[in-house]
Design a protein around this ligand. Structure first.
Ligand SMILES: Nc1nc(=O)c2c([nH]1)NC[C@@H]1CN(c3ccc(C(=O)N[C@@H](CCC(=O)O)C(=O)O)cc3)CN21
Ligand SMILES: CC(C)C(=O)C(=O)O
Length: 212
């Protein structure tokens, strides 16, 4: 919603609140728009440091705040969000020492994404945690499982078991009692098998084909 009008942002935020969300997080939203939401008592979380939504302006993914000037700009951005009435901020790819100094000075809850241990909380993409990210794993990420490989292994094994006949086994199958089955077979006595039907529909002679 960051490129939408104030009215649309408020409407969307209110729909999300009605659906039960506790807080509206928005990357790239300018402080004036957060202020508009905060005036209507919408709890908001902003975003500072490296903003993937504004990727072009950073020249690609990178740490933000490695110079004194840029670090001060991150501080100023946080203070602007605080003044706008946000209650939290995601701080992305800011040097840990800079993030720590800013966290000490703001009332906002600071969620660190690659901004070191001394913020109020940590934020990591679950695709990185669980190993389902098919792209690059950023430096700040940590991976505890390899669910993608697990999923592919499971699908491969299923394929192999179907091909080898290992699946399905008797315990995967549903039974019918012998008497009912015999009656069913009787009812099919005059029905041709698949093979009969294929042979029946095969051309009887080449004359059935068009020759030009
Ligand atoms: N899977 C996933 N994980 C993320 O953390 C993530 C996404 N996707 N998609 C949206 C953004 C993009 N993010 C990124 C992506 C790359 C870097 C990156 O290249 N970081 C540098 C560190 C730069 C430095 O040390 O100065 C790196 O080397 O990984 C950072 C954040 C974070 N977000
Ligand atoms: C979804 C994006 C904007 C994000 O939260 C991040 O990169 O931290």
């Amino acid at each position: 919603m960051f490129e939408e009008s104030q009215e649309k942002a408020l409407k969307l935020a209110n729909e999300m609140r009605a659906a039960g969300t506790d807080i509206i997080y928005c990357s790239g939203l300018v402080p004036e728009k957060f202020a508009g939401l905060a005036r209507q008592h919408v709890p908001c979380c902003g975003h500072v440091g490296y903003l993937p939504v504004n990727n072009t302006w950073y020249g690609g993914p990178r740490g933000v705040g490695k110079t004194a000037e840029e670090a001060k700009k991150v501080y100023d951005d946080v203070m602007a969000l605080e003044a706008a009435g946000c209650i939290a901020v995601e701080m992305e790819c800011v040097p840990a020492k800079v993030a720590e100094e800013i966290t000490k000075r703001t009332k906002l809850l600071v969620f660190s994404m690659g901004s070191g241990p001394n913020c109020d909380g940590q934020f990591i993409f679950s695709e990185d945690l669980m190993g389902t990210n098919l792209g690059r794993y950023p430096r700040h990420s940590i991976t505890y499982a390899n669910l993608f490989t697990c999923a592919v292994d499971a699908l491969k094994q299923f394929c192999l078991d179907v091909q080898s006949g290992a699946y399905p086994q008797a315990r995967h199958c549903i039974k019918i009692n012998d008497q009912e089955f015999a009656r069913f077979q009787q009812s099919l006595a005059s029905s041709p098998t698949r093979l009969d039907r294929v042979l029946d529909s095969a051309p009887k002679s080449l004359d059935q084909y068009d020759h030009f």
